[in-house]
Design a protein around this ligand. Structure first.
Ligand code: CA
Ligand code: CA
Length: 488
């Protein structure tokens, strides 16, 4: 059976303007995204955030307000109204694009009232250490959701539903203040001793009322939106057994697969593997170690050993569970996890995630459309080429030539279902050069062309499938059959 490659896109970046009309835009774009070969789309968080229309959605205030109630200064969110969100999801699903909703459950922000709470100050660089005696703090922890007026749920939040907060209004002091009688979960990342606390009011997943509410909310959200799956925010800061149960319950109740990718932002491959081993409900994680390798290579002036670029990455160690990416809304310049892969390396990196056999690549909105706020140019032409190659030609057996500190390559033999499919990729982080590679029998006796336009001369493949492929310095070349050039 003919099956095309899966390709994900993250359809937003941090600096979108607050009038970006993203949901409306998606309704128009859905057919185009399908043509591009995108079949999984990660949408930004749709819930009302503390900063209203200026909130990316990660400063979540009310999970039950998807742009429907006049709260935080407007009915709509940064991206539009609830009706537009649901219309966008339908439009995408009509094009057979799976929609992944971004779910932010770790924390809340923008409380309506302060409360006096007994709390301990915690050492921010070793969260297992309490600093000094308990004291009374005053903190923004009471959430009334008055603008919603009990529609969908009458559950309100107060300090008892959280573990900790980052500001005391009595002493006017920043820090991590953990509430009396509360503890951090042991089922979180061990960085900084215990990485339960990330930001805002940290949700207490040991509190049964909290968990009950989130279970009800999950069912409500799925009923309202009918999304196909989730991108789970900040999973390394959330008790891992929570999502294991939450996802299992939703899948059973709705009898749906609910494809799920988690954001476990760590370069430690063992942390990622442990999480996946424990929580079989999560289908995949973003391949942060690979992103980190791309960044290092892009900053090494050719000194990076390209034969090790995939070593101890998720796509290498657990290929069926890897969503590969170059950068995202958090790693953009100026953001909390800034670790931007330098521009010259980005075409090489995209070739390494889009044209190989393993992993689901995630194309970043900020690359496809550019990031005007940071003067980062778009890569639309290059990505359109790679998307077309991925959709039409990146099939069949892969032969790896990851055997040199500068120049590496691989070939795909092509398959029966995609006419004239198959390709050869060669790239270098240092000087230009060549490599003999075998493309298999389908492209034997063919003349191949570099569809990136970087190398102008064709390559002749002999009767055994061998060809000598060229690449310029700090560049990538993608070789395909000439007939296919007209389809790009
Ligand atoms: Ca947490
Ligand atoms: Ca090198």
């Amino acid at each position: 059976m003919k099956r095309n490659n899966n390709t994900m896109m993250q359809y937003f970046e941090w600096y979108l303007p607050n009038n970006c009309n993203l949901w409306q835009n998606l309704i128009k774009m859905a057919p185009q995204l399908k043509k591009m070969g995108i079949n999984m789309l990660w949408l930004p968080p749709a819930c009302k955030g503390a900063a209203g229309i200026n909130d990316t959605g990660y400063g979540v205030y009310d999970l039950y307000d998807l742009g429907e109630f006049n709260q935080k200064g407007s009915v709509r969110t940064k991206y539009g109204t609830k009706d537009e969100y649901i219309a966008a999801i339908r439009a995408l699903q009509l094009e057979d694009i799976q929609v992944l909703a971004d779910i932010v459950l770790n924390h809340r922000m923008g409380a309506d009232e302060m409360q006096d709470i007994i709390a301990y100050k915690i050492n921010p660089s070793n969260r297992n250490e309490v600093l000094g005696d308990y004291r009374t703090i005053s903190a923004w922890t009471k959430y009334n959701f008055e603008g919603r007026n009990n529609v969908y749920s009458d559950f309100k939040l107060d300090w008892s539903h959280f573990t900790s907060i980052d500001y005391d209004n009595i002493a006017k002091e920043n820090g991590i203040f953990r509430f009396y009688g509360k503890h951090f979960s042991n089922e979180v990342d061990k960085e900084l001793g215990n990485y339960d606390y990330l930001m805002g009011c940290d949700v207490d997943f040991n509190n049964l009322d909290t968990v009950d509410d989130l279970n009800s909310w999950g069912k409500w959200f799925l009923t309202q939106t009918n999304v196909d799956g989730f991108r789970l925010d900040a999973v390394k800061h959330i008790r891992s057994s929570f999502y294991k149960k939450w996802l299992a319950e939703l899948k059973t109740t709705f009898n749906k697969d609910l494809y799920t990718v988690g954001e476990y932002f760590s370069v430690n491959i063992d942390s990622l593997l442990n999480y996946l081993d424990y929580n079989e409900q999560v289908d995949s994680l973003f391949d942060v170690p690979l992103h980190d390798h791309f960044k290092q290579a892009s900053e090494s002036n050719g000194q990076y050993d390209m034969s090790k670029i995939f070593e101890d990455t998720l796509v290498d160690r657990r290929p069926s569970k890897a969503v590969t990416f170059i950068d995202n809304h958090d790693t953009e310049p100026g953001q909390s996890l800034e670790s931007w892969v330098k521009d010259w390396f980005r075409p090489l990196a995209y070739s390494m995630i889009m044209l190989r056999e393993k992993g689901i690549p995630c194309i970043f909105y900020g690359d496809y459309y550019g990031i005007p706020a940071k003067n980062i140019p778009d890569m639309k032409d290059f990505l359109d080429t790679l998307l077309a190659v991925r959709k039409n030609m990146a099939y069949g057996e892969q032969r790896d030539y990851l055997d040199h500190h500068n120049i590496i390559g691989w070939t795909r033999e092509g398959d029966y279902y995609h006419q004239d499919s198959g390709l050869a990729v060669i790239l270098s982080d240092g000087e230009g050069g060549s490599k003999q590679m075998n493309v298999g029998k389908n492209l034997a006796n063919c003349c191949l062309y570099d569809c990136t336009g970087n190398v102008r001369e064709p390559v002749y493949v002999d009767k055994d499938g061998n060809g000598i492929f060229y690449v310029n310095g700090g560049s990538v070349s993608v070789w395909i059959k000439k007939d296919n050039m007209y389809n790009l």
